[in-house]
Design a protein around this ligand. Structure first.
Ligand SMILES: N[C@@H](CCC(=O)N[C@@H](CS)C(=O)NCC(=O)O)C(=O)O
Length: 201
């Protein structure tokens, strides 16, 4: 299998952490692309009509995307227990929360990087950050016991989302006032799968 990827993408990181946690890293070749919303890499467009990464090219079937589908596929392939039936809806909600944070955080980066400086929309940037903060508060107030439970895909997604906030939005200091979540992440970030996938440009 071939993973269309960039080492900076938090959505790709979810897939790579899942590969590591399910002992499948060696089954996937990494194909590096440079792609943005304004300039789509050919390999990304070939594997995903939306032109986004990650996409997983498989020898025995069509390419699949997006990160949520790929993670679920890989977990099924490994017969791993990262979507446990008894708390499936919690796991999927946590995963959706992480992806929502990431969508907002990635859009903020694009707004600052891709849009000409004179038309950067500051109110819109702050509104996106407001979504991230809402999710952070919900995690800190309501999800801590789940986060400290057995490893599942919700935790992996949240770990990658928090890592991305450090990588691209460190100056916003997401830990401020959220000691519980910060403490959980400090431990989670020490997993081998997380250490092996620290984002870089
Ligand atoms: N929902 C998608 C989001 C993927 C995504 O936005 N990837 C970014 C990189 S972090 C991308 O490919 N951006 C290029 C674009 O927007 O065209 C997923 O979970 O995989």
């Amino acid at each position: 299998m071939k993973l269309i990827h960039s080492p900076a993408s938090p959505f790709v990181r979810k897939v790579r952490v899942t590969l590591a946690e399910t002992s499948q890293t060696d089954d996937v070749e990494l194909a590096r692309v440079h792609t943005t919303a304004l300039s789509t890499a050919d390999a990304a467009a070939a594997a995903n009509p939306l032109g986004k990464i990650p996409a997983l090219v498989r020898p025995d079937g069509p390419a699949i995307y997006d990160s949520r589908v790929i993670c679920r596929y890989l977990v099924a392939r490994a017969e791993a227990d990262l979507y446990p039936e008894e708390r499936l809806w919690d796991v999927l909600t946590l995963e959706a929360t992480a992806d929502g944070m990431l969508e907002a955080a990635v859009l903020m980066v694009y707004e600052k990087r891709l849009r000409p400086a004179e038309i950067v929309f500051e109110d819109w940037l702050e509104a996106q950050w407001g979504k991230v903060e809402g999710a952070l508060d919900a995690l800190n107030e309501r999800w801590m016991s789940h986060l400290y439970g057995p490893l599942d895909m919700g935790q992996i997604a949240i770990g990658c989302a928090l890592g991305y906030l450090d990588f691209r939005h460190g100056e916003r200091d997401w830990r401020q006032g959220r000691d519980g979540l910060a403490g959980w992440y400090a431990e989670f970030a020490k997993r081998d799968s997380m250490l092996a996938t620290v984002p870089n440009d």
